[in-house]
Design a protein around this ligand. Sequence first.
Ligand code: TPP
Length: 366
Amino acid sequence: MKYKFIDENKIFLDSKEMFRILDIKGNLINSNYKQIASNDQLKEGYKYMVLSRQQDNYMTQLQRQGRMLTFAPNFGEEALQVATSMNFKKGDWFIPAFRSNATMLQLGVPLKNQFLYWNGNEEGSKMPKDVNVLPINIPIATQFSHAAGIAYAMKLKGDKNVAVSFIGNGGTSEGEFYEALNTSSIHKWPVVYCVNNNQWAISTPNHLESGSKTIAAKAVAAGIPGIRVDGNDLLASFDVMKEAMEYARSGKGPILIEFVTWREGPHTTSDNPRIYRTEKEEEEAEKWEPFHRIEKYLNDKNILNKKEKEKIWKEKLEEVKKAFQESLQELENIKINDVFDYTYEKLTPELKEQKEECINYFEGIK
Ligand SMILES: Cc1ncc(C[n+]2csc(CCOP(=O)(O)OP(=O)(O)O)c2C)c(N)n1
C-alpha cells in the first residue's frame, strides 16, 4: 500500500513544516482537497469538541466556586483529540494522558466519570463494559509503555487492533518515551504514539525541554515514521490519524504523530500562565485555534449551519450540567476504604495500620 503522508513527505528532521488543510481562517489551502471523513463523521466529531469545551467551561466555574478539585483543562486541543477517536475501530485501545478529555468522551467514557475522577473519586476510572480506555494516568510518559504492552498482547493474540496513546511534548523528554518507541519498533507492535505538542510543559517552553527541533524527528532514533500535523486543523489531523492507524493495523509497526497545538488555558486550574507568557503571545497563537476553522469549513460545505451550531452548544452545556448533578449523587457514597483498596491486592502492614487509623478517625467525627 502506498501512503500519502508516510511515503510522500519528508520526515521532519530540520523543518518546522506541518501538514495543514485549513488556513488560519478555516479556508481550504488547496481547493482540490478531497474530504476523507464523511460529513456525518465531521459533524459527530464537532459535537464532541463542543461537549468537551463546555465541560471545561463549566468545570472551571465549579473549580473557582470550590465545587471541583484541581483539574487539567483541554482548551484549544479538542480537534486533535476527536480526530483520534473518530478513527477508532471496535477492539482498539486508548491509553490516555490527563489531557485527553474529548477522545475519552467520544470513545464512550461517561461525562459523569470525568467529574467523579477530577473530584477525587476513583469510581470515575471504572470504565463501562466494552469501553477500551485505560484510566487517566498522571505519571508522565508511562502511557507509552502501557500502550506498547497492550499492543504486544494484541499482536500475540493475532488481533487486528491498534493501541493509541497520548502524552505531551514535555513527556517526550522522559526515558520511557524512547524505551516504548524503540521496543515496539523492534517487534513491530501496532501502536500509534501521539503527542499533543501544546508548546508548554507547565511553565517550561518547548525549546528548554527538548534539543530536537521537532517532536516528529524523534521517531528517527527508533526507526519509525514521524509525522507533524496541525493539531488544530480537524481535517488534517483526521486524515493523518486515519493513515497512521491503518499503517499500525497492517502490521508495519508503530508510528509517531506530533500534533502541533497550543494550550489555551492554564496547565491545571492551579497554574497561572500570565507568570510565564504574555497576553500578546497568547493572542497570536490563538488565531489558529480549532473551533472557528472547522466551523467555517462545515458552514461553507453546508454540513452545519449557524442555527444547528447554536443548538449544539446549548444542548451540550445542558448535558454537562446534568452529568455534574449525577456525579454529586455518587460522590455522597464515597467510602474511606476506597483510598486504600485499589493499589495492592493485599495491603502492606503499614497501609493496613493507616487504614484502621483512618476509619477510626472518621467514625469518631461522625
Ligand atoms: C514522571 C512525572 N514527572 C513529573 C510530573 C509532574 N508533572 C505533571 S504535568 C507536567 C508537565 C507535562 O507537560 P507535557 O508533557 O508537555 O504535557 P501537557 O501537560 O502540556 O499536556 C509535569 C512535569 C509527573 N506527573 N510525572
